[in-house]
Write a protein that binds this ligand. Structure first.
Ligand code: SAM
Length: 334
């Protein structure tokens, strides 16, 4: 059962608590560990410590994504506010909702905004950012949702002049099949006067892409390794960090950054919660995350296949990152 509470003007709905959220994550984890290339759902990266580390990543000199998106939002937020006239701003995977403030400012100035709805799996980070936004925007009602954007889009406030933002390039963390399902579900919940704003990292020079995930201070490596710490803590797993090497490299076939921990030698890891022993070979990767990079035509095609239409496409001056304003495709008639 969802749990709801209201503190200091912020309503928080918890859809994904220990009782009803974890089994699905555990099942996905079990499946990922049995895949052809062993992997982990990226959600494991974002416990409280991981969310704090991600915040540090966004400030690294090599990690251009957040700054490029910030540039686009600074240039376009007023136009987005004017076009959408949004009464509700939803943010999927909101985290600290840093770049979102540019949208909040523009919608607040336009005078249309009534409600901000950040949704994230990471409860502590979400509560903190919801409180901070409520304090900074006293006219806006903040309704935070602890949930999963792959499964909980039907729990959003009812349609009608909603702007649903999905920032930070997070869409690139979904595998193509997941992404297709996500966009298709989104098309079913999007009303005629709703809009979707998505931040998209673009295909570019490989050296720059690889540098963004292999920063000189090693912050990204610590962030990725934290997923093993979370598994050890929560599932009683026996991952030994010393037996894995961090590796983030460009996969030209899939056009994604492949972010993995590769074994130094063959060994077995036990996962008590699953009563499972996972055997790793020498040099075997455990994929922790992908970050897909996009080309405009491909994204437009995927959107169209899901029943969506890219209405506007904006990039930063360097052409590194894009913001796409997406609407339900009226020609699909539904
Ligand atoms: C790459 S970070 C982006 C954070 C923020 N939007 C930004 O641009 O800085 C991804 C965020 O999505 C959240 N997240 C990851 N998977 C999720 C899921 N399935 N459902 C809801 N939130 C998720 C993480 O907790 C994290 O806050």
């Amino acid at each position: 059962m969802p749990r709801a509470s209201t503190e200091q003007g912020v309503r928080v709905d918890v859809l994904r608590n220990e009782a009803d959220g974890r089994p699905a994550l555990y099942e996905a984890t079990f499946r990922s560990l049995h895949a052809e290339v062993k992997g982990l759902p990226a959600v494991w990266l974002y416990d409280e410590r991981g969310s704090r580390m991600y915040e540090q990543i966004t400030r690294l000199p090599e990690y251009y994504l957040t700054r490029r998106e910030d540039e686009i939002l600074r240039a376009r937020s007023a136009e987005i506010a004017k076009r959408t006239q949004a009464r509700t701003l939803v943010e999927l995977g909101a985290g600290t909702a840093k770049n979102t403030r540019l949208l909040l400012d523009a919608l607040d100035t336009a005078g249309t905004l009534e409600r901000f709805v950040p949704l994230d799996v990471s409860e502590q980070t979400l509560r903190a950012s919801a409180q901070a936004i409520a304090a900074a925007y006293p006219r806006v009602f903040v309704h935070a949702i602890v949930g999963d954007f792959e499964r909980d889009l039907d729990a959003l406030p009812p349609p009608g002049r909603r702007l649903i933002a999905f920032l930070g390039g997070t869409i690139g963390n979904l595998y193509p099949g997941q992404r297709g399902r996500f966009l298709t579900t989104l098309a079913t919940v999007l009303a005629r006067d709703d809009a979707f704003l998505v931040g998209i990292d673009l295909v570019k020079d490989v050296a720059r892409l690889e540098a963004a995930y292999n920063d000189s201070q090693g912050v990204t490596e610590v962030f990725v390794r934290n997923a093993l710490t979370a598994l050890n803590r929560e599932l009683g797993a026996t991952f030994d960090q010393r037996r894995f090497v961090y590796e983030a490299r460009w996969d030209p076939e899939h056009e994604w950054m492949d972010i993995a921990l590769r074994t130094r030698q063959a060994h077995t890891v036990s996962i008590r919660a699953f009563e499972l022993d996972v055997a790793f070979e020498e040099c075997e990767p455990l994929r922790v995350e992908i970050s897909s990079k996009f080309r405009r035509e491909q994204f437009e095609l995927e959107a169209a296949q899901a029943g969506l239409r890219v209405e506007s496409w904006w990039t930063d001056r360097a052409g590194d990152f894009a913001g796409a304003l997406v609407l339900r495709d009226a020609s699909t008639g539904s």
